[in-house]
Design a protein. Structure first.
Length: 425
């Protein structure tokens, strides 16, 4: 009898587990889309065209990538761009899915490119869509185009990478050790900067340039002569040079509107104030004195402290920089001499201070608090912030004083000490 009940219990348990597996399987697969029927958008660009949006989708071509991996010729483009006009991003997605045989998805989206015209008119409805749509991660990158976002997607051919969106992600993610001249920002941080008390957003500025600069000694006459020679020999003449994606500077927002662009020095100053300088190279001393050496920041710490004295608001910016010597130009520079190191350190301090001053000056001129000074005041002196927040950008930001103190220390000289000397023949 016990054996019969044991078998019955096992049978009931088996039926129960089978039912559970079937239910879970049905719940997990009802919206399944086969991978070969999916299309992946690597980058999306949004422009303003009259009263509508011009949305450009850069879609990965799986046949080109698979043929490349299989040793094929790779003659097909690795990506193709489809652009549609629509009132909203969701309407543009509906239109583009009607044109594509594959179901398009944002699962492999790497970057959003905001066109200049769109930025000047306001980006809030556009970023609301990207923040709200469930497939889009907050870790994707936001960049601003100097001109048309569509042009960036159509003409920007990255060096060494076949998928432009992937190249953008790699450029944004890598630790920039020698030229911190643009401002990488992820979607989540970009939205956060727009919503903080007394804060405005920055985003890396992107443009397209010829892949190869003009050769030394090659002027217009040389190009014209080469063109005539090509025509005589029946060679094909390119009507447009290949172009690559170039990041330099940053777009400055005030609220949700693009107001201007920062130059490389202003971006470096902003990175210092925001505590995001991940390493940059400075040629010292100042350009008017020539160049002695290049010092690269290895690590740094920054403290921004608001000081309130009645109606006066002052900010103290204290920077501690630790550098190493990566390049010596001046022959005979005695690196082992402690006085020489002190001179180089003082020149590095002056250079960093000039960049920070340039960023502060630009913030006050544009009435845009991309340095997040208002947020610092809000967090450390909430009572003072309540008094000034209504007209912070217009009345207070342009006149606040910023005291900058930079302390630089050279900790390493590289694998050699004094510059290499060459004996006269």
């Amino acid at each position: 009898m016990k054996t019969i009940f044991s078998k019955l219990r096992l049978r009931i348990l088996s039926l129960f587990l089978t039912a559970v597996v079937m239910i879970v399987g049905c719940c997990g697969c009802w919206s399944r889309v086969e991978i070969e029927r999916m299309g992946f958008i690597s980058m999306v660009g949004v422009d303003r065209s009259g009263g509508e949006l011009l949305v450009s989708f850069q879609i990965v071509n799986p046949r080109a990538l698979s043929s490349e991996g299989a040793g094929g010729g790779g003659s097909e483009p690795s990506v193709f761009v489809l652009s549609v006009k629509a009132r909203t991003i969701s309407e543009a997605m509906a239109k583009i899915n009607q044109e594509s045989p594959r179901s398009l998805h944002f699962k492999q989206l790497y970057a959003i490119v905001l066109g200049e015209d769109l930025g000047k008119q306001g980006i809030l409805p556009v970023v609301d869509y990207f923040a709200r749509y469930w497939e889009i991660r907050r870790s994707i990158w936001v960049v601003t185009a100097k001109g048309s976002a569509q042009e960036i997607l159509l003409k920007g051919a990255p060096v060494q990478e076949r998928v432009p969106g992937l190249a953008v992600r790699m450029l944004m993610e890598r630790r920039e050790r020698f030229a911190s001249t643009y401002y990488p920002v992820k979607l989540g941080n970009f939205l956060n900067s727009m919503s903080l008390e007394g804060s405005d957003a920055l985003a890396a500025a992107v443009s397209v340039r010829p892949m190869q600069e003009e050769k030394l000694g090659e002027g217009e006459e040389g190009k014209e002569e080469q063109g005539k020679k090509s025509q005589e020999q029946g060679e094909a003449i390119k009507t447009e040079e290949g172009k690559e994606i170039v990041f330099e500077g940053a777009g400055v927002f005030r609220g949700d509107k693009l107001t201007a662009y920062l130059g490389p020095h202003e971006v470096r100053g902003a990175l210092w104030v925001l505590g995001e300088n991940q390493g940059s190279a400075y040629a010292v001393p100042s350009p008017s004195k020539g160049t002695w050496a290049t010092l690269t920041t290895e690590k740094a710490s920054v403290r921004v402290s608001p000081v309130v004295d009645g109606d006066d608001i002052t900010y103290k910016v204290d920077v501690e920089d630790r550098s190493y010597i990566c390049y010596v130009v001046k022959e005979g520079l005695e690196i082992l001499n402690p006085e020489t190191l002190k001179v180089l350190e003082r020149e590095k301090e002056k250079a960093v201070k000039r960049d920070i001053e340039a960023a502060v000056r630009r913030s006050q001129e544009l009435h845009s608090d991309f340095l997040q000074l208002g947020d610092k005041l809000y967090r450390e002196h909430p009572e003072a912030w309540d008094k000034v927040k209504d007209d912070w950008r217009e009345a207070w930001l342009p006149q606040v004083k910023v005291d900058i103190n930079v302390s630089s220390k050279i900790e390493r000289t590289g694998t050699i000490d004094n510059p290499i000397s060459v004996r006269s023949p």
